[in-house]
Design a protein around this ligand. Sequence first.
Ligand SMILES: Nc1ncnc2c1ncn2[C@@H]1O[C@H](COP(=O)(O)OP(=O)(O)OP(=O)(O)O)[C@@H](O)[C@H]1O
Length: 308
Amino acid sequence: MHQAIQTNRLSKSYKGFQAVKGISLNINKGEIYGFIGLNGAGKTTTIRMLLGLIRPTHGTCYINEKKVSLKNHSIWRKVGYMVETPYSYPELTVKENLEIYRRLRLISNKNKVSEVMNQLNLTRYAQKKAKDLSLGNAQRLGIAKAILHTPEILILDEPVNGLDPAGIVEIRDLLQDLAFNKGVTILISSHLLDEVAKIATKIGIIHEGELIQEIESTKLNKLLNQRLTIDSQDNKSAASKMSKAGYFSVLNKDGLIETYNKKAILHPDEISRFLVYEGLPPTRLTVEEENLESYFLRIIKGKGEMLQ
Ligand SMILES: Nc1ncnc2c1ncn2[C@@H]1O[C@H](COP(=O)(O)OP(=O)(O)OP(=O)(O)O)[C@@H](O)[C@H]1O
């Protein structure tokens, strides 16, 4: 399988502080790789090393199986990227900014700027100065610059930052179109876990500089637990009674009873009868699928063992 992006035991230390600890990524051509982690987990540092913007303390990176180094600058012709809040010339308009990029990237097709503005719903802001754009539109301009030269590999650090829900859907559709119809390989970092779960073909969880888990999106459902959530007149007493009866339960952050007990999930009717018998009839019982966000929190806090 052709590896579009690879990192080999990549590490970065800042004055003794290890921001990235031996990360090895293998991203196949055409894959959408979701790189997720909390603030400060090491996502941007990894991406910067991958792009040759900072030098790793240890380890190597490969783009299209070629080593990232000062000598190998031809590899960047096939790569589009956006890292953190993108910089644009503030006094120039959206169209002028893209026009400069078109020339820098030696793109001969003069229609490319309007094509890309169209793709990113920027046409109506074509004459607006970059400094007057909203954060979401500045982000759109950053993505427009990243895809202007029709790259084979797209590396986007937090691309949906500042976008409203409709904007997030637009970018999701655009990225899926690029990956599935045009074979573009995409690495996207984000702290919006459920957004990443919707588009990624593979997910990498980074925590405190370490890649702690990689999941194929087709296998994600098998890992997500179901839980039974219950509301009653007195959740504290009800949770305690349930736990004593063998259905280990806790109160969640909304004060509702939550249990991952398999028997309770399969037979909520039994739980209902039990609580009625105990004089604490439930007012609501819901079986819910865990989302990527709660899975992620469970993994990083080791909460999983606690709730088995
Ligand atoms: N130049 C630097 N000097 C010292 N420490 C740094 C430097 N750059 C990053 N760090 C530290 O390295 C760690 C990883 O930072 P990084 O920006 O890669 O995280 P991140 O996962 O991208 O977080 P965020 O989602 O907040 O952007 C953080 O603790 C950060 O403070």
